[in-house]
Design a protein around this ligand. Sequence first.
Ligand code: SF4
Length: 443
Amino acid sequence: MTLSGLDIYKLLPKTNCKDCGFPTCLAFAMQLAKKAVSIDKCPHVSPAVKAQLEAASAPPIRQVSLGSEDAAVIAGNETVLFRHEEKFRNPTGIGFIIDDSESDEAIEKKVKRINALVFERIGQTLGAGLIAVRQTRDAQRFCAAVKLVAVKTKLAPVLMTGDAAAATEALALLKGRRPLVWGVNLSNAAAMAGPAKEHGAALAVCGKDLEELSACTQELNRLGVQDIVLDVAAGGERGRIWELTQIRRLALKKSVRSLGYPTIAVVDRTDPYEESLEAATYILKYGSIVLLRGTEPWQALSLLTLRQNIFTDPQKPLQIEPNVYPIGQAGKDSPVLVTTNFSLSYYTVVGEVEASKVPSYVISVDTEGMSVLTAWAAEKFTPEKISESLAKFSVGELVKQKRLIIPGYVAVMSGDLEEQSGWKIVVGPKEAAGIPSFLKNLQ
Ligand code: SF4
């Protein structure tokens, strides 16, 4: 439960000694309520009060970090049910499952394929975050497969085993990698807790319903484990969506601490289309980590694209710095195109200019991240703004011929723009897809 400034004040010593750097206990309490300072600044609170305040200030959904520092997957710490309330914070970690029954050669091939699932989209690099090894044989084969995977990838490791002995042996092979052990329940929690703490691993608890999960997380807490992930596998996809939603709702709205953890959904289908659809569903609601088997590039790209769209701030469109950008070996004879600084618009134009192989300049006008037509309707992409950008970025000094290509959708502004900027205006294609042929035929 979140405490107000006054609630916190009642727990402080009320001596106004100023040792915390604030003039009064009340002033300090107000800052604590805003989470602007730490309770550690007051040396006079009792351990019991300190524990109470720390518990009250903990996020409703714990943040769990997996993987090495340079390839970390951060899960949890979400604060809202809907993205129009506030941005979702940590994008769903997408991972791929390898069974230890596969041959060493097949495993190596698959890891290589997963490592290569990296895509550039609107200025961001997208890729898988985790690789899971699933135990289907004995502990020896499982550990051999884990070792093989660990040396071939930097991705965060997931050990899919309910066998505490096998997990313990495999964890020793993953020093500094902050793995996740999936397959913990009430019957093996005690055996899993010790090795997890020793090796800095998180534990994914599996239960048929929320009561079972809740009992298991409380048991793990009692055993000193805090980094927990929840997997509820009840009632097929429909049941799972329901339970994932309940977990988010209970953690955020009812402050149910035993369910205040990130979630994981394991998708195990042989049909890649069905598998991708199910994985997409859990990205939408409310999987912190999604594991699947299929490693087709189209599967990864579609899921990563969906994730990128869901985990952007709907109130702040992705923007790029307004400026003039050379594409290819642009020089004095290169054409100049103009678009907005909405990332999707800019990178779509740039992608087509690159495809044309005609070195060009592209100007991104500051439209506060709006696309061409929206910005034009909102009077953010106007002859005045474009003329200002031409002058501000000294575009006239970059080329011999003052000729500017504008998007076909705003052809209506060409007369005014020509008058205000002094540049010759050429109306380009309406759709970016028309840019390559347009540039190739430009005289
Ligand atoms: Fe109050 Fe503690 Fe700050 Fe002293 S150090 S003023 S007791 S909050």
